[in-house]
Design a protein around this ligand. Structure first.
Ligand code: GDP
Ligand code: GDP
Length: 439
């Protein structure tokens, strides 16, 4: 579950301090693309085992005064549209400001769970001061200190509880539930809507439009040359205003949701720009969620073709997605409709790979001799013996190796096994889990 929690509030209330407290040194999803003032804008946090994605919306807002009010306004609107839980942060040391009141007016109207968080309540004197914020009229008020951590536990309890209550997912019928679900994600202007149009126009056979639970998440049931699938569209068909598109925050939240709902993600790049940091951030989320991945390099028509261009391009991409390099890359042009069919076929292949089950006998016949030839290096004087292997039911292919000393097997050996499995059985585009268990 990748619910998103958006921290909104005017500058200097302590949004990034709180963000850092939540995400801290955990694996951060880095995004410091141009035009933003902070290093880290969104990252994974968890509380008592519940994971969620925290978005520091302040990081998306330019700090110069003139553009800033407009940006703040959009920041609030987007949080209302896209976040699962909103943290509205104010500052006890300044009291209520005009901008706080303006933001509060907007936020009070939303039905999204919203916590009013009075920050910088570092001591009990300030707790008394914080009481004035009750006048903003929010049902949930939390007093915290992002610096010393006080009060943050209760706030996190609230956040996690709201996320649990609102377990999501679009209302799909049983039949639709069984169809492959592809999410088309990528930065603004890479060509996502053009790609959807290319599919639409080639064969006019959209089966249905299913509006998701969230206002703009659109699932379209396609039948394309006899292949049926659902496309989850993040940006395309119903485009929002340009202001939204320009805010990375918006595209990130849309993308996270689409990834969550998909089986396979079609990550689209602009051939003239290549793979950018934001794309790598999305790939990280895809890996974490164990979804299938196909990389579509769009606008291939704009690239001058020398003999090795595609191969070099692909190698370059894979260098950057490493260690997850077994990923199909398809060079397309949404404009001239080049390899559109191929891209869908590839996504279907990845979908099948993700569901593929290798019979236990075949696994053992193929892998045990390899393991015999190259056994796990012995550790602490122990000889590690793999007894048998089986693939268990899981959302992504998961192989369990039964052995006498599971805890002594190191990552490099697991990587070795993963590579052999990929060579033998073709799991292109999907994450593989290798697990060692005691037997
Ligand atoms: P943002 O612009 O809302 O992201 O605010 P920052 O996180 O950059 O914080 C603005 C200032 O407030 C910084 O100097 C922080 O050190 C300070 N600050 C943040 N949280 C607290 C807190 O809980 N207590 C106190 N005393 N200062 C804080
Ligand atoms: P989105 O924001 O990802 O949905 O991107 P759009 O589909 O709106 O495309 C952005 C711009 O790129 C538009 O001007 C498109 O005409 C252009 N574009 C999209 N696909 C291609 C392509 O394959 N080749 C070329 N040359 N331009 C493209």
């Amino acid at each position: 579950m990748s619910a998103t929690v958006a921290i909104v509030g005017r500058p200097n209330v302590g949004k990034s301090t709180f963000y850092n407290r939540l995400v801290g040194s955990r694996e951060a999803i880095v995004d410091n693309s141009s035009g933003v003032t902070r290093d880290r804008l969104y990252g994974v946090s968890d509380w008592n085992g519940d994971e969620f994605i925290v978005v520091d919306t302040g990081g998306f807002v330019p700090r110069s005064e003139d553009v800033f009010e407009k940006a703040i306004r959009s920041q609030v609107e987007i949080a209302i549209d896209e976040a699962d839980v909103i943290v509205f942060m104010v500052d006890v040391t300044t009291g209520i400001t005009d901008l706080d009141m303006e933001m509060a007016r907007k936020l009070r109207k939303t039905e999204k769970p919203t916590a009013l968080v009075v920050n910088k309540v570092d001591n009990s004197q300030r707790m008394t001061d914080a009481a004035e914020f009750y006048s903003l009229g929010f049902p949930e008020l939390f007093m915290i200190s992002s610096i010393n951590g006080s009060g943050t536990g209760e706030l996190l309890d609230f956040i996690v509880e709201e996320i649990r209550k609102n377990g999501r997912g679009p209302g799909l019928s049983r039949e639709e539930e069984s169809l492959p679900k592809f999410a088309i994600i990528g930065q603004p202007n890479v060509g996502k809507s053009s790609y959807l149009n290319a599919i639409l126009n080639e064969e006019r056979n959209v089966v249905t439009d299913i509006a998701g639970t969230t206002r703009d998440s659109i699932h379209t049931h396609y039948k394309y040359y006899q292949k049926e699938f659902l496309l989850i569209d993040t940006a395309g068909v119903r485009k929002k205003s340009k202001v939204y598109e320009d805010l990375k925050f918006y595209y990130v939240m849309r993308a996270v949701k689409a990834i969550e709902q998909s089986d396979v993600c079609l990550l689209m790049l602009d051939a003239t720009l290549g793979l950018e940091r934001q794309d790598l951030s999305l790939i990280k989320i895809i890996e974490r969620k164990k979804k299938g991945l196909v990389i579509l390099v769009n606008k291939w028509d704009l690239v001058g073709k020398e003999s090795n261009t595609a191969r070099d391009f692909e190698e370059d991409i894979k260098k950057r997605t490493a260690p997850f390099t077994d990923v199909p890359v398809v060079f397309i042009s949404a404009l001239s409709k080049q390899r559109i069919y191929k891209s869908i076929e590839t996504a279907l292949d990845v979908y099948k790979n993700r569901k593929k089950k290798i019979p236990t006998s075949k696994l053992n016949d193929e892998l045990l001799p390899i393991i015999e030839r190259t056994p796990p290096p012995s550790a602490r004087g122990q000889y590690i013996k793999v007894k048998y292997i089986t693939q268990v039911n899981a959302s992504t292919p998961t192989f369990v190796f039964f052995t006498n000393f599971p805890q002594l097997v190191k990552q490099p050996y697991k990587n070795f096994l993963e590579n052999r499995i990929r060579e033998l059985f073709d799991f292109t585009g999907v994450i593989i889990n290798i697990v060692f268990k005691k037997k």
